[in-house]
Ligand binder design. Structure first.
Ligand SMILES: *Cc1c(COP(=O)(O)O)cnc(C)c1O
Length: 344
């Protein structure tokens, strides 16, 4: 899609929105006598409002993601970015969004909050990419399509060519949630972002980067879309404490942790496959495994008895009989494996 066609998808009230102008938008210098924002002048580290554009943190993320600062949005978790997709593109009570299921629950919750009709395509037993089925469910009011790759809770990635073919043929916004991309064997769609103006890629610092408690979600898209997100978001959506801690903690190299978790994923999957109560370990490109077992609820309870908490996904359509098990530290995985092995 051309950028001007993409911009036509934006709600009219949002296109014409005059954003809140902060004191810090008007004067950009770092030094000065700041009598502009009614702050308390006595320094305590947090007495000043944060940078609403988060330029310093974006600069750091830009280096390791290889994406320019103007193609980036930072939100209070990915959930803020998901909500903004609806608020920017979907007219309540009129437009709709299409997503796959089983997948991440927030796409529906955010649709419901924004009074946007939410349509779902059930994945098949192998969780394969349902490009044609999704396209069939879209109509002229479909503004957003959500894919999640690697998908939560199935764990698999969708083939890049199939996703790109979809993005080329769909006349709306395609949001691809890559929360688990750092654990994946296939490349991120960030590599092709400049070519697809209707693509929004979501990532997060909550998983591989180990910062779930700081609530920092990322969106990447064309600079025009990102500047619309910037004017719709709460002006100071990311606070100084979170940005400072993120800057410190992102200096740490997480590559070795990711490599260890990937090798643990392989080891745990192989071990689970040998156990008599395990029917199937689904292929995973993420830091968790979806496992089909003989009696998911009973095994879940047995694990809980031993203070090992996993996610019971067995009541989710398409995930019958499954548990979703996060890959932990080697000794944590061993403890889980020992319980599953001895069970029944
Ligand atoms: C964990 C997860 C996220 C991350 O959410 P945050 O709000 O950034 O912590 C996003 N998408 C999916 C599919 C997830 O599983």
């Amino acid at each position: 899609m051309e950028l001007n066609e993409v911009l036509r998808l934006v709600r009219k009230n949002i296109i014409s929105l005059a954003p809140y102008s902060t004191a810090r938008d008007e004067y950009k210098g770092a030094l000065g006598v700041f009598l502009d924002a009614n702050e308390n002048p006595f320094e305590n580290g947090y007495n000043r409002y944060p940078d609403p554009r988060q330029l310093e943190l974006k600069g750091i993320i830009s280096k390791f993601k290889g994406v320019a600062v103007e193609n980036m949005f930072i939100g209070n978790g990915s959930d803020e970015a998901i909500d903004l997709c609806y608020r920017v593109f979907c007219n309540p009570g009129k437009d709709n969004a299409v997503a796959i299921t089983p997948s991440y629950g927030m796409y529906r919750v955010a649709a419901d909050i924004n009074d946007v009709e939410f349509r779902e395509v059930q994945l098949d037993g192998e969780f394969s990419f349902p490009g044609k089925e999704v396209l069939d469910l879209c109509d002229e009011n479909t503004k957003l399509v959500f894919f999640c790759s690697p998908n939560n809770p199935s764990g698999n990635s969708f083939p890049m060519e199939q996703m790109l073919e979809f993005i080329s043929s769909f006349k709306g916004i395609v949001v691809v949630d890559e929360a688990y991309i750092d654990f994946a064997e296939q490349p991120s769609l960030l590599t092709v972002l400049p070519k697809y103006k209707n693509l929004i890629v979501l990532q997060t610092l909550s998983k591989a980067y180990g910062l779930a408690g700081l609530r920092l979600g990322l969106a990447f898209a064309d600079a025009e879309i990102m500047s619309i997100f910037a004017k719709v978001k709460y002006p100071y959506n990311i606070n100084i404490a979170g940005m400072e801690r993120a800057k410190e903690l992102l200096a740490r190299d997480v590559k070795s942790e990711i490599e260890l978790l990937k090798s643990e994923r392989k080891r745990v999957a192989a071990a689970l496959k040998e156990m008599k109560c395990v029917q199937r370990v689904f292929p995973s490109d993420a830091n968790f495994l979806l496992v089909r077992v003989d009696d998911a609820r009973a095994l879940y309870d047995a694990l809980i008895q031993e203070q090992v908490i996993v996610r019971d996904r067995s009541r989710l359509k398409g995930c019958e009989g499954t548990l979703r098990i996060t890959i932990g530290k080697p000794e944590e995985n061993d403890r889980m494996l020992a319980i599953v092995k001895d069970w029944k």
